[in-house]
Structure formats: C-alpha cells, structure tokens
Design a protein around this ligand. Structure first.
Ligand code: AMP
Length: 117
C-alpha cells in the first residue's frame, strides 16, 4: 500500500527498531512509547483493520507473535497489556492493523477513557 507508513517499515523504506519477525509478522518499537515497553506487532501484508479480510491464519500468526515479543522485551513474566485500536471510535491513527504490546510498569485496572468525559 503506497501511502502506508507501516508498509514502508515492512519494506525497510523507513527506519524502525525491529524486535521480532517471521515471514508473516513483524514487531517494532513504537516511535512515541506510552510505557517503558511499547512495541507494535503487525502483519507484513496490508490490512486496514481487523475487519479488512483478515483470515484466521494471519490473525493467529499476528497474536501468536505477541508472547514472543513479550519474551524478547522482558515482560513475559511481569505482564503486559495488549491493545488493538480498531477504527475511528477506538482512536486508530495508522490504517494498517497493529497490536500494541505495553508493559514494564504497573498499570491501574480498567482501560477506557472517552473523549467526551
Ligand atoms: P493507533 O492509534 O493504534 O493507530 O497507534 C498508532 C501507533 O503508531 C502510535 O502509537 C504511534 O506512536 C505509532 N507510530 C506511528 N508512526 C510510527 C513509526 N514510524 N514507527 C513506530 N511507531 C509509529
């Protein structure tokens, strides 16, 4: 996808700090981390979001990578939060499906904050 920033990372056209990769999935550190560990896990293939023809195999590969990333980043035992912002209301800013893996610091329980609060 020509104008997709994450496709450019997959293609090596813009730099990233790669944490883990295989033939279908690549994980790299978020450029603006919101926790001591903040890594994004994406499919190499372009899919705008989870509703965009994501087959079960690719979804499985995407989520199977998450604990591997947590291991590499050293948060497998301490725990981590996994977030997918899917679509406008969820605050998805980059239109290439991605899983946020966040950890390295104790979080409070609960997770939703709304724009109109
Ligand atoms: P989302 O709101 O779920 O679409 O999150 C997009 C994430 O992509 C944000 O956390 C950004 O900081 C991150 N991001 C944007 N551009 C880059 C980049 N070039 N390298 C790494 N992370 C990026």
């Amino acid at each position: 996808m020509a104008d997709c920033i994450f496709c450019k990372i997959v293609a090596g056209e813009i730099p990233s700090t790669i944490v883990w990769e295989d033939d279908r999935v690549i994980a790299f550190d978020d450029i603006a981390p919101q926790a001591p560990v903040h890594t994004l896990v994406i499919p190499r293939e372009h899919h705008a979001d989870l509703s965009d023809r994501m087959g079960a195999d690719l979804l499985g590969a995407l989520f199977a990578a998450v604990p591997k990333v947590a291991e590499v980043k050293g948060v497998a035992d301490s725990g981590y939060r996994v977030i997918v912002n899917n679509g406008a209301d969820a605050g998805q800013l980059v239109g290439h499906v991605h899983v946020h893996v966040l950890g390295g610091r104790r979080m409070v329980p609960g997770m939703l904050r709304f724009e109109d609060e």
